[in-house]
Design a protein around this ligand. Structure first.
Ligand code: NOJ
Length: 531
C-alpha cells in the first residue's frame, strides 16, 4: 500500500479526467472548445471529484493532426485562448483541488515549427540535425522500408536538399532526432517552462517511439504473431519504435520532475504490444514514468476473464512501488460507452465501477461520466487524417465529437445557431443536465463511485487480490475491507462468502443493504461491499 498522506504522491489515490479541448466547451461562439470554456466547467469537474485533468494539446498548431503537430511548444494556440487563460485555468483548478497535466509531443513537431522551417533551408542549417534526414538509396527510393503509422512510406523527399526526412505520422509531422543533444536541451527547457508555471505534469505522446535505430535499419516483415496493425502495414516495428534508448530520455525527465515540489507527474502514452514492455517504462519503480497507459486493458473486450487476466498480469509485472493506470476511452479510440457497453447505461456503470475500483489511477475521458457514445459522421464530416485515409474505417473523429451539457440547441457546447467544428450528437439523447440528481443515472453513479473511492483508503490505495468466482463474473478485494463483485453475464449470479454493507452499486437500490454470507447480483450489475 502506498501512503495517501504523502503530498508528493497526491495523484495516486485520485481520479483523473482527460479533456479534448476542441470539444469540451466553446466560450466565444466559434464552434471550437477553448480554455475559458474549460474554466467554466471546473465546477462540474470538482463535483465529479477528480484530482487531475489531462488536457490534449493546446499549444500552437496548424492542425494537420489536431494539435499533435506542434508549431510552438511554449505558447497557446489562439483558437484556444492565451497563455494567461492557461495560467487562469491552472490557478482556478488549483482552488478546487484539481491539478492540470498538459500534453507533451516530443516525437515530432509540425512542419511549420521554426526548427523545421530552418532545417529545410539547407544541409548546413542550424536545426537540420534536429530531424532525421537520410540520403535516398542508389535507385532514388526511400532510405529504408519504414511505414508511417498513418499509412504510406515514413519518408518524404525534400527535392532542394536531395534528402528524405522521417515522419512516423503525417508528412506534416517530421520526427525529431533524439540522438542530438540539442534536442534534449530544448525539451528540458520546454518542460521547465510549463512546470515553472504550475503545470502538474505531462501526458507524453508516443513516448515509446521517440528515438529510432541510429543506423535506420530495415524493419523485418510482419508475421501472423504480430499485432494486427503491423500485419496490416506489412512490417514489424523493430527499429522505428520501442528502442531501449527511449527509457534514457524518460529517466532524464524524471530527474527534472524530482527536482520540483511536488514532483511533476509523467504519464506516458505507452501504446506497446505487451504488458512486459509496459512494465519497462516504470524503470526500477521510481526512476522513470509515474504511470503508463495500459492499452492491453483498454483494447480488451468487456469480458470478465479477459479483463481479469490483463489486470492480474499487470499486477504481477509492474516493479515494486510502481502504480498502474486504467482507461477505457480516449480521443483516439471508440468510447467505452459504445465499445464496452453497446450504449447500455447499466453496462457503462459497470465499466466505470471497474475503472474506479482497481488499484491504480483511473483516467476518465470526457463524456464517460454520462455514458456518451461515439459520434456518427458522414465521410464529408470527417476531419481526422486517419479516418480520411482509411475510410470506411471510422477513424478517430467519432471519439472527438463535442461534449453534451444539456438537451437544448448547441447542447451547451456552443451557442444556438453555431456549427460546431465536429457534429454534435442529438443533445436530447444523453447530456449532463438530464442526469443531474437522478440517482440511477450514469453521472450520479460516477460521482458516488469517486466519492466512495476517495473516502476509503482500501479503494484508493489498497492492494488488489482476485477472488475465485464463477464464469462471467469477476471479484476482487481491495486493501483489507473492500470487496468488488461484478456480474458480467446475462444471468443472475450469487456470490458466496460475502459480508458487510453495500457501499456502492450500479443498481442504486442495493446501496446501504447489509449482506450476510451471500449476495445475488442481476445481469450486468456490480457492487462494492465493505466491512
Ligand atoms: C497519439 C495521439 O494520441 C494521437 O492523437 C496522435 O495522432 C499521435 N499520437 C501522433 O501524435
Amino acid at each position: 500500500m502506498s501512503d495517501q498522506t504523502d503530498p508528493d504522491r497526491w495523484w495516486q489515490g485520485g481520479v483523473f479526467y482527460q479533456i479534448y479541448p476542441r470539444s469540451y466547451a466553446d466560450s466565444n461562439g466559434d464552434g471550437i472548445g477553448d480554455l475559458p470554456g474549460i474554466i467554466s466547467k471546473l465546477d462540474h469537474l470538482a463535483r465529479l471529484g477528480v484530482v487531475g485533468v489531462w488536457i490534449s494539446p493546446v499549444t500552437c498548431s496548424p492542425n494537420r493532426d489536431w494539435g499533435y503537430d506542434v508549431s510552438d511548444y511554449c505558447d497557446v494556440d489562439p483558437s484556444f485562448g492565451t497563455l494567461e487563460d492557461l495560467d487562469t485555468l491552472v490557478r482556478e483548478a488549483g482552488t478546487r483541488g484539481i491539478r492540470i497535466l498538459m500534453d507533451l509531443v516530443p516525437n515530432h513537431t509540425s512542419d511549420q515549427h521554426a526548427w523545421f522551417v530552418d532545417a529545410l533551408s539547407g544541409r548546413d542549417a542550424r536545426h537540420r540535425d534536429y530531424y532525421v534526414w537520410a540520403d535516398p538509396k542508389a535507385d532514388g527510393s526511400p532510405p529504408n522500408n519504414w511505414v508511417s503509422i498513418f499509412g504510406g512510406p515514413a519518408w518524404k523527399f525534400h527535392e532542394p536538399s536531395g534528402q528524405f526526412y522521417l515522419h512516423n505520422f503525417e508528412a506534416g509531422q517530421p520526427d525529431l532526432n533524439w540522438w542530438n543533444e540539442d534536442v534534449h536541451r530544448e525539451f528540458d527547457e520546454i518542460i521547465r517552462f510549463w512546470w515553472d508555471r504550475g503545470v502538474a505534469g505531462f501526458r507524453i505522446d508516443v513516448c515509446n517511439m521517440m528515438i529510432k535505430d541510429k543506423e535506420l535499419r530495415d524493419n523485418p516483415p510482419a508475421t501472423e504473431d504480430d499485432p494486427i496493425e503491423q500485419q496490416f502495414m506489412g512490417v514489424r516495428y523493430v527499429y522505428n519504435s520501442d528502442r531501449p534508448e527511449a527509457h534514457d530520455i524518460l529517466k532524464r525527465w524524471r530527474s527534472i520532475s524530482d527536482s520540483y515540489r511536488p514532483p511533476r507527474l509523467l504519464i506516458g502514452e505507452t501504446n506497446v504490444d505487451t504488458l512486459e514492455k509496459l512494465a519497462e517504462f516504470y524503470g526500477a519503480g521510481r526512476d522513470e514514468l509515474h504511470g503508463g497507459f495500459n492499452f492491453q486493458f483498454m483494447a480488451a473486450p468487456f469480458e470478465a476473464a479477459t479483463l481479469r487476466a490483463v489486470v492480474e498480469g499487470t499486477e504481477a509485472l509492474l516493479p515494486p512501488g510502481a502504480w498502474p493506470t486504467w482507461h477505457g476511452s480516449n480521443h483516439d479510440f471508440s468510447r467505452l460507452a459504445t465499445r464496452w457497453a453497446g450504449g447500455e447505461p447499466a453496462k457503462v456503470k459497470l465499466a466505470l465501477l471497474v475503472l474506479l475500483t482497481l488499484r491504480g489511477t483511473p483516467f476518465l475521458y470526457q463524456g464517460d461520466e454520462i455514458g456518451q457514445v461515439d459520434g456518427i459522421l458522414t465521410k464529408e464530416q470527417l476531419l481526422d487524417p486517419v479516418g480520411l485515409r482509411f475510410y470506411p474505417y471510422a477513424g478517430r473523429d467519432q471519439a472527438r465529437t463535442p461534449m453534451v451539457w444539456h438537451g437544448g440547441e448547441g447542447g451547451g457546447f456552443t451557442e444556438p445557431g453555431v456549427t460546431p467544428w465536429l457534429p454534435l450528437a442529438d443533445p436530447t439523447a444523453c447530456n449532463v443536465a438530464d442526469q443531474e440528481g437522478d440517482p440511477s443515472s450514469v453521472l450520479e453513479f460516477c460521482r458516488r463511485a469517486i466519492a466512495v473511492r476517495t473516502a476509503r483508503d482500501d479503494l484508493a490505495i489498497g492492494d488488489y487480490r482476485s477472488l475465485e468466482t464463477p464464469e462471467s463474473t469477476w471479484a476482487y478485494v481491495r486493501g483489507e475491507g473492500a470487496t468488488v463483485l461484478l456480474n458480467m453475464g446475462d444471468e443472475p449470479v450469487t456470490f458466496e462468502g460475502v459480508g458487510g454493507t453495500v457501499a456502492l452499486a450500479t443498481d442504486h437500490g442495493l446501496e446501504g443493504s447489509n449482506i450476510e454470507g451471500a449476495l445475488t447480483l442481476g445481469p450486468w450489475i456490480g457492487a462494492v461491499v465493505v466491512r
